[in-house]
Design a protein around this ligand. Sequence first.
Ligand code: ZN
Ligand code: ZN
Length: 148
Amino acid sequence: MKKVKAVRAKEEVIKKLRSKGLKITPQRMAIIDVLKGDYTHPSVEEIYQKLSPRYPTISYATIYKTLETLCEIGEIIEVNIEPHKKRYDPFTHPHHHFRCLSCGKIEDIPLEDVAFPQIPANVKKKYGIMHATLYLYGLCPACRANSN
Ligand SMILES: [Zn+2]
Ligand SMILES: [Zn+2]
């Protein structure tokens, strides 16, 4: 699975963010830059740590708000594989996620590798299912090799 998402022109992202009432500041642009091409599923804390040396005044609130809006406009997706820790993914093509219970690493699992369970029509209808995702947990190859 190649991670070639049709990279939207930055101007288009900016336009969409503006339409959501978000002011485009250098800090916000930096958040977009940090996320683009980062497929490690960074958390808010990780994004903050990457940005704070260059933008000492950046706040968690700014990061949260920007991420929330980027999710709303479909530019990134939220990954909730870890309890109480939202993670973010610029790869918006549908895919599953794996989390290593030892090192915490998160990897993308292509849909082709794990067939998605069919959601029966009556369930879909009853709950108005719009979206479903699979989270897989286990030990990554590196951690399994270490424990031997
Ligand atoms: Zn691991
Ligand atoms: Zn992902």
